[in-house]
Write a new protein. Structure first.
Length: 568
């Protein structure tokens, strides 16, 4: 196609009645003051959306507008344009059209970018308008660090040679030993993990090899494999970063450190464990920059959300969030704390470890090495005149009893417990040795939750349930099963062929109403189970999971997976 004409974005938006003259004037003044691009000013000030800008440019220049979420990308074509230029010009090579390349640009009026892209690709190009946010998301996904990580691992292998070195013993004398290759390798690993939204990095020595895996949306994926001889060097460097004992290789250790990746601060919790072939390291990544600590942003249904918000506004009582490890309990509690945080209230958290750092909240890290356990810290915290106390986990009878007594004496206590569902939680507390009357008088509510993977919206396609799946759905939907439409992801470049992208919460709430409290005080547990089940009828974990299936947000197999974790 011919070189695009130079146009003025503000005038186009005004002509197409997407922007007023007054808004244009304000935006131009803002641009002059801040130096930001005019299109970014429009979007950030809420005048127009990125989609409206892209559509207006497409109509003005008579070129197509492409929604990248639903465009099948070919990584080998996208990589024809180097990553640096793709980021600089917000552009992507999208499709080879037999002699010309289709290129998506967020700003096709940038004539300099057009000329540079044409020069780099060395063939004629056709333009399409694309959303800038989607361009950056694709760049993060396609331009992975896999090759860099493999190359850096080989470089480190060559530096180490065949000599066996005890890095722990030599660290004091040679603190910079192999530092450059190790730092480069780890930097690439963290960058790649951030780009694919990994929650954990696993560095695992195996027989004759070292494997690095990422956990993405709850599932582990192999990132790379390398020679096992680089494992001690990686372990040493990570221990130094997290201030662990570099000479101790026989005992597990836990620590934390922070890294900055692409202007994002990531807090890293590290755990080491001695295995047969060396130290296994697992790092939990907590992105402090992009975390949305809001209850309405974690997928809680409106009925549960309204009740839960009302309950946590009560002046006292115990509120428990339950579920297995990795079900998002801590995130839910932090969302609650974020809403409760104000200058009028004193909030104290007792955690192991502190996962998110919140301004205005007194956060205490448990340390069993010096006998600073949950019970001891909780006793001291109650002498600090708090209004709200968060206990990371009720691990034993002593901690549970102290927390419940605090709830009885005018404090709001938030905590977690490992149980299968909401109904079994009061019985679990009594099994731990907490008196029945204390559970009935202090416990306000139990929120049980799971996380399910969401269908990738770029490759969602209709799905016909199997007989087993139909039977399972009929338990909640009855004869309406055949009236529903069901979907799954067939796998595409946007979801790395998995068919899933992102996760959302599944919830159920047991509120301790008068009828439920009376049932708790009844020595017959069957009576309590019956009353609690009646109150939660139609609002269980399984019911919420089925609703997500009906809405086309997750698959039947995912809903069945999380429901099978709950006792029927």
């Amino acid at each position: 196609m011919s070189r695009p004409e130079k146009v003025r974005l503000g005038e186009i938006l005004v002509q197409q009645k997407l922007l007023s003259e007054e808004q244009l004037g304000l935006a131009l003044a803002d641009q002059k003051r801040s130096g930001r691009k005019l299109g970014r000013v429009f979007v950030e000030n809420g005048y127009v959306t990125e989609e409206q800008i892209a559509g207006a440019l497409a109509r003005q220049l008579d070129i197509p507008y492409l929604n990248l979420k639903f465009f099948h990308l070919h990584p080998e074509i996208v990589r024809l344009l180097p990553e640096t230029q793709a980021r600089r010009f917000r552009a992507l090579a999208l499709e080879d059209r037999h002699g010309t390349l289709l290129v998506g640009m967020s700003d096709p009026t940038d004539l300099f970018a057009y000329d540079e892209i044409t020069r780099l690709l060395r063939q004629p190009i056709e333009l399409a308008v694309v959303n800038e946010t989607e361009v950056l998301s694709v760049i993060d996904r396609i331009y992975r660090r896999t090759d860099d990580i493999t190359d850096l691992a080989r470089e480190l292998e060559q530096d180490l040679g065949d000599v066996s070195v005890d890095f722990g013993a030599l660290a004091a004398a040679s603190p910079n030993l192999e530092e450059a290759p190790v730092v480069k390798l780890l930097q690439s690993v963290f960058e790649d993990a951030a780009q694919v939204r990994a929650s954990d990095i696993h560095i695992e020595p195996q027989e004759g090899r070292l494997q690095i895996r990422f956990r993405i949306d709850g599932v582990l994926h192999l990132q790379t494999e390398s020679d096992i001889k680089i494992a001690p060097s990686l372990a040493l460097r990570l221990k130094l970063m997290s201030d662990l004992d570099i000479s101790e290789k026989r005992l597990p250790q836990d620590g934390r450190f922070a890294v900055r990746v692409k202007n994002q601060r990531i807090d890293v919790r590290i755990s080491t464990m001695p295995t047969q072939y060396g130290e296994s390291l697992v790092m939990r990544l907590l992105n402090q920059s992009g975390t949305q600590l809001r209850l309405d942003a974690i997928g809680m249904p409106s009925g549960v959300l309204d009740k839960f918000r009302a309950i946590i506004q009560r002046p006292n009582g115990l509120v428990l969030v339950t579920g297995p490890t990795g079900s998002g309990k801590t995130t839910t509690l932090y969302c609650a704390l974020s809403e409760l945080n104000s200058v009028e209230k004193k909030l104290i958290t007792v955690e192991d470890p502190v996962e998110y750092r919140l301004a205005g909240i007194n956060q205490v890290q448990v340390n069993d090495k010096i006998e600073l356990n949950f019970a001891r810290v909780l006793r001291s915290a109650l002498r600090q005149d708090p209004d709200i106390v968060l206990v990371g986990e009720m691990r034993d009878q002593e901690t549970a009893a102290i927390g419940l007594r605090a709830a009885m004496t005018g404090h709001l206590v938030l905590s977690t417990l490992h149980t299968n569902d909401a109904i079994s939680t009061p019985l679990r507390l009594m099994d731990m040795g907490v008196p029945r009357y204390m559970v009935g008088s202090s416990l306000q509510a139990v929120l049980a939750q799971r996380l399910v993977r969401m269908i990738c919206e770029s490759c969602t396609t209709p799905y016909a349930p199997t007989p087993t799946e139909r039977e399972w759905l009929s338990l909640e939907l009855g004869d309406k099963v055949d009236a529903g439409r069901y979907f799954h992801g067939k796998g595409c470049s946007h979801c790395n062929g998995m068919g899933y992208r992102g996760r959302t919460g599944v919830y159920e709430l047991l509120e301790m109403t008068r009828a439920v409290v009376d049932a708790v005080n009844d020595p017959d547990p069957a009576n309590f189970l019956r009353v609690a089940a009646q109150q939660m009828a139609g609002a269980t974990l399984r019911r919420h999971a089925v609703m997500l299936v009906v809405q086309g947000r997750t698959t039947i197999s995912e809903a069945m997976r999380i429901s099978n974790q709950v006792e029927e």
